[in-house]
Ligand binder design. Structure first.
Ligand code: NOJ
Length: 544
């Protein structure tokens, strides 16, 4: 692991609260050649924070359903719902007690079916979060597993004896692995049964033992439950962690301080992914398998695509951690193109999600967030938007004394303001987290009424993408450009676009050969006119 990657993955342990760095239409039938998820733009919804309709201050599935028209208006193709399963919420839903139900705080199964039907009727695909590596410690499986060593479910989780002591009576965890979200040992001692259980995250999130065929079967069944209801695929939480060497060997001492979840890379996972893929392929339509692979090397991430039998898409978080610098982005993009391109794996791009400070916050200005939107939506691969980035939302300021999340990630999970004025369209209760800054102006209704807003920029970009085979599926060629400018060409048959991103805070002359007009500009300037050969400070353009 490089120095850089080690630094990033240490951050995975606990992100500091302080700021980092500075109309769909149609139906959901397959369109033919390329699978839908290659040209799609996926919109991530964190249900707790999207929209509340029952006045308890926590978003719900009915809020998502009522928000569908916003997504259609915006022009995305699919939504990914972060977990809404029953959960004690120690990790806000990533600690599941029942994979085949809806937590009453979010609604009901019937409500989910309504949401799914309404999304499909609008041409939107629906992807569910699925959490295979661990359950909640309140899941009946774990309750049974920890009840006694003789429990029929004992071997559904990873139990081990103490490591041999250093001559004393002190109990030592079985290996040197550290957990994420707190950084303590990845093992908790169970007094009743006198053994340790493994948890790569909180002690309240025990790891399932995927070497046990009964676990594999049970988890496959949970996928079938939702596939039978018609979902279009899954975003699989830390799926790179499910395959483990039963010997659970120590990490080399130099890596032992980094949470194991940010470096675990075991070939056994690939075999398990093949099994998951076979479950999805047993269903008609193109059900998609999107894996969260928290590894900080593109070459490692690439392996999880398998040979057409692994993940369809894998998150690659290195670019998310790239600073707002042309050189850094040029290098990250080149690495993705070379590594994934060589094996025919389709890339993904993500700038913001519920685990990291929003890129509007990281990059420090709306100008940059706008230029970054142009980049995100024109690179070759499937882009993931995080609800609220289309409003240019910044993270909420959540004082550490009021923080709720054990990983310090509350800021980017602030509720989405729908309207101006108290409640912002969420009814009377104050929401579970504070509103993001400037919510009166950065709300959906106000920004829709302002054609110059960042919301309209996202919409224009999505429309341009949808209308251009080159942007959706075309080839990518990096172009020579003046320092500070990233330039590339996308091309498919007779359709082509040029994309120019000025990372510098000054105007830069950037002439191009041939006659091109500005299709989309990050600040709206010059759209519909000939490109005049100069980029404004931190301006990005799509040329056609
Ligand atoms: C990754 C999820 O995105 C994060 O929110 C969660 O805390 C961990 N996996 C554990 O499930």
């Amino acid at each position: 692991m490089s120095e850089d990657a080690a630094r990033i993955s240490r951050g995975f342990a606990r992100r500091p609260r302080a700021r980092l760095l500075s109309g769909v239409g149609g139906d959901v039938a397959s369109s033919g050649a390329a699978p839908w998820w290659q040209s799609a733009v996926v919109y991530q919804i964190y249900p707790r924070s999207f929209r509340d309709t029952d006045g308890d201050g926590v978003g719900d599935l009915e809020g998502v359903r009522r928000g569908l028209d916003h997504l259609v208006w915006l022009g995305v193709d699919a939504l990914w719902l972060s977990p809404f399963y029953p959960s004690p919420m120690r990790d806000f839903g990533y600690d599941v007690t029942d994979y085949c139900a809806v937590d009453p705080r979010f609604g009901t199964l019937a409500g989910f079916d309504r949401l799914l039907a309404d999304a499909h009727a609008r041409g939107l695909r629906v992807v569910l979060d699925w959490v295979p590596n661990h359950t909640s410690d309140q899941h009946p499986w774990f309750v049974e597993s920890r009840a006694s060593r003789a429990s029929p479910r004992r071997d559904w989780y990873v139990w081990r004896d103490s490591a041999p002591g250093r001559g004393g009576a002190l109990r030592r965890p079985p290996n040197n692995w550290r957990a994420a979200l707190g950084g303590g040992p990845a093992w908790t001692w169970d007094e009743t049964t006198g053994q340790w259980y493994l948890h790569l995250f909180l002690a309240a999130q025990p790891d399932l033992d995927w070497t046990n065929p009964a676990v594999v079967q049970a988890m496959h069944d949970t996928l079938r439950f939702w596939l039978d209801r018609g979902v279009d695929g899954f975003r699989m939480d830390v799926v790179h962690c499910i395959g483990k060497d039963p010997a659970l060997p120590d990490l080399p001492p130099g890596l032992a301080s980094i949470p194991v979840a940010a470096q675990h890379d075991d070939p056994r996972t690939l075999a398990l992914l093949r099994g998951l893929r076979a479950v999805l392929e047993g269903y008609p339509g193109e059900r998609v398998m999107i894996g969260e692979v928290v590894l900080f090397s593109t070459a490692q991430v690439a392996r999880y695509y398998g040979h057409g039998d692994g993940l369809h898409l894998a998150f690659n978080f290195l670019p998310l951690y790239a600073p707002w610098e042309e050189g850094a982005w040029r290098a990250r993009i080149a690495e993705v193109e070379a590594t994934l391109g060589a094996q025919g794996a389709w890339p993904t791009w993500v700038l913001s999600n519920h685990d990291n400070a929003r890129h509007r916050t990281r990059y420090g200005s709306e100008m940059r967030a706008r230029a970054a939107a142009v980049l995100l939506l024109t690179l070759r691969g499937t882009p993931f938007l995080y609800a609220g980035e289309e409003l240019g939302l910044e993270d909420a300021q959540v004082p550490s004394t009021h923080g709720l999340d054990p990983g310090g990630r509350d800021g980017s999970r602030a509720p989405i303001p729908w309207e101006s004025g108290p409640g912002h369209g969420w009814g009377h209760a104050s929401p579970w987290l504070p509103w993001p800054p400037d919510a009166d102006n950065r709300c959906i209704t106000a920004m829709r009424a302002d054609a110059g807003s960042i919301l309209h920029l996202y919409r224009r970009l999505l429309r341009a993408r949808r209308g251009s085979p080159a942007l959706g599926l075309g080839s990518f060629t990096a172009l020579a450009a003046p320092p500070g400018v990233l330039a590339f060409r996308r091309e498919l048959a007779d359709d082509a676009r040029l994309v120019l991103i000025n990372f510098a805070a000054r105007e830069i002359a950037c002439p191009v050969t041939g006659a091109w007009s500005v299709e989309v500009a990050s600040d709206g300037r010059g759209e519909g006119h000939s490109y005049r050969g100069t980029l404004g400070a931190e301006q990005a353009v799509v040329l056609r």
